[in-house]
Design a protein around this ligand. Structure first.
Ligand SMILES: *Cc1c(COP(=O)(O)O)cnc(C)c1O
Length: 490
């Protein structure tokens, strides 16, 4: 392994005529575990000292079949760029619809990324040892961003492009609070005001996420709220509604659509969001190359699909080019099984039907998932690009119950030290299944996990689990049948 990485990065001569000094492997040390195998590893490391990528990657450019267009919610005609103008600045609309392969990351954005990027790629050798697996497990850790997750990777460019277009104010929704805090952070850096509709259940249960947003200067409403037409309608129908992401999106979209100097930001699902997140995979490709490993399995949790796509898409490009051959696995909660139990159809991104129609895996825009702890995975739809790639057979999907996820989270926290957010515990649980299968078969697979955030504000969920109060929730097939029936006929 070390030999491979040296071959990839030949040592530079110290000066003309001088003999090559022994190779210096920056940022890595060799550790021997159990005296049998050696590991190139270092916690918090940036193998190969890679720098922040200069471009994001657009998978659409390399797909043999292009994804179906988004449609206008009323006319059902393919969306024109101008249809999106009330919601987004021109550059983000361009990125949403573009088929170009690479998009330059603006200097101003890379400058902010420098606060926490490149993020660590870590070998989970202590978890491997606990499991007794011959597999190698790596995780790409995005919890080092100021708001604690991968969401900042897109919050920063979205705030930047809005500010550059002269927008004064941005609005958004947030479920678990991760996206709202990332956008609040990014908005304050670029001088934008920010208003967030936070799903009521999360607003009540997670005051610290709300306080983070307020600390960064945002105004936070519980959703449904009295502040919007769609919110008032929802409250009239159910005054004690716990809210949902679909409802909160309706509220924020309404405010943007009816205010000239206000635009809307979305933290997942859309093409430009997945594009921005590819900074994760581009970095990781280089870091793994520096170590001399290639993944056999790439695993990520999927709510709207952005952290999974962000890590997986650059690896998918390499696979399409025939250079590597990993399997891609998306993991979703059993209570909100969008890819595994949803239908592939045109549906709205929100409850009120204000957003464009997107062809995606959906449980129906009226589906309100049970309140599992992984709030970030409680969304009725899946990114159209992920859905398309899944239909093409380029990736697999599975669902896991939350108690298995938290069991995996404790194994991870007690070996690797990091307390994961409830969402990536799904990826960790799937990786542990994979590693245990390797133990049975003796296969030495390389497993790569998208570890998209920390769980410091989710300790109430850990409390539930540790006290033995956490239960598994499955979606009700009645409820699902009902919401699938309400998908628009296109
Ligand atoms: C928002 C969020 C998710 C779910 O969104 P994706 O777009 O599927 O990544 C998962 N994990 C964390 C930590 C989140 O904040």
């Amino acid at each position: 392994m070390a030999a491979a990485s040296i071959a990839l990065h030949p040592p530079r001569l110290q000066g003309p005529g001088k003999a090559a000094l022994p190779p210096r492997i920056p940022n890595r040390s060799r550790v021997t575990v159990s005296g049998t195998r050696s590991f190139a590893t270092r916690a918090g490391s940036n193998p190969g000292n890679v720098s922040i990528p200069k471009q994001w990657y657009n998978l659409v450019a390399d797909l043999p079949v292009k994804p179906p267009p988004q449609l206008h919610p009323q006319t059902h005609q393919p969306l024109k760029p101008s249809d999106l103008s009330p919601l987004f600045p021109d550059e983000l609309i361009r990125q949403e619809l573009t088929e170009e392969r690479f998009v330059d990351i603006p200097e101003e954005v890379r400058d902010v990324y420098e606060l926490w990027r490149p993020t660590p790629l870590i070998r989970a050798k202590r978890l491997e040892k606990l499991l007794g697996t011959p597999a190698k497990i790596y995780y790409k850790y995005e919890g080092t961003s100021p708001a604690g997750s991968h969401k900042a990777n897109t919050a920063v460019p979205q705030a930047f492009y809005n500010a550059a277009a002269g927008v004064k104010s941005v609005v958004t929704e947030t479920g678990a609070g991760q996206w709202g805090s990332a956008l609040s952070f990014a908005s304050t850096l670029f001088g934008l005001t920010c208003e967030v509709w936070q799903v009521r259940a999360s607003y009540d249960q997670k005051p610290y996420r709300r306080l983070m947003m307020e600390t960064w200067g945002a105004k936070v409403h519980p959703s449904p709220s009295e502040a919007t037409e769609s919110g008032r309608k929802l409250l009239a129908a159910d005054p004690s509604s716990p809210g949902s992401l679909g409802m909160a999106i309706s509220e924020a979209v309404e405010v943007a659509a009816t205010n000239g100097d206000t635009k809307y930001c979305l933290g997942s699902v859309l093409n430009h969001v997945l594009l921005h997140q590819t900074v994760i995979g581009e970095e990781c490709l280089e870091q793994l190359a520096a170590i001399g490993d290639t993944p056999d399995v790439v695993i990520g949790c999927t709510g709207g699909g952005s952290n999974f796509g962000g890590l997986a898409f650059p690896f998918m490009r390499e696979k399409l080019a025939g250079r590597i051959n990993p399997v891609f696995k998306a993991v979703e909660p059993a209570a909100c099984p969008t890819l595994t139990k949803g239908v592939y159809a045109y549906d709205y991104g929100d409850t009120a039907g204000l957003t464009p129609l997107m062809k995606m895996h959906t449980l129906g825009h009226g589906f309100v998932p049970d309140p599992i702890h992984a709030g970030g995975l409680r969304y009725h739809g899946m990114a159209p690009l992920i859905s398309h790639v899944y239909e093409l057979g380029f990736m697999e999907a599975m669902s896991i119950q939350q108690t298995e996820c938290f069991e995996a989270a404790l194994q991870f926290a007690r070996t690797e030290g990091i307390i994961p957010a409830p969402e990536p515990t799904h990826a960790i649980a799937a990786a542990i299944r994979e590693a245990l299968e390797c133990k049975r078969t003796g296969e030495e697979k390389v497993i790569l996990i998208a570890m998209c955030g920390h769980g410091h504000f989710d300790l109430a969920a850990y409390d539930r689990y540790l006290r033995g109060d956490m239960v598994d929730l499955s979606h009700s097939s009645e409820k699902l049948k009902e919401s699938l029936a309400a998908i628009p006929k296109v």
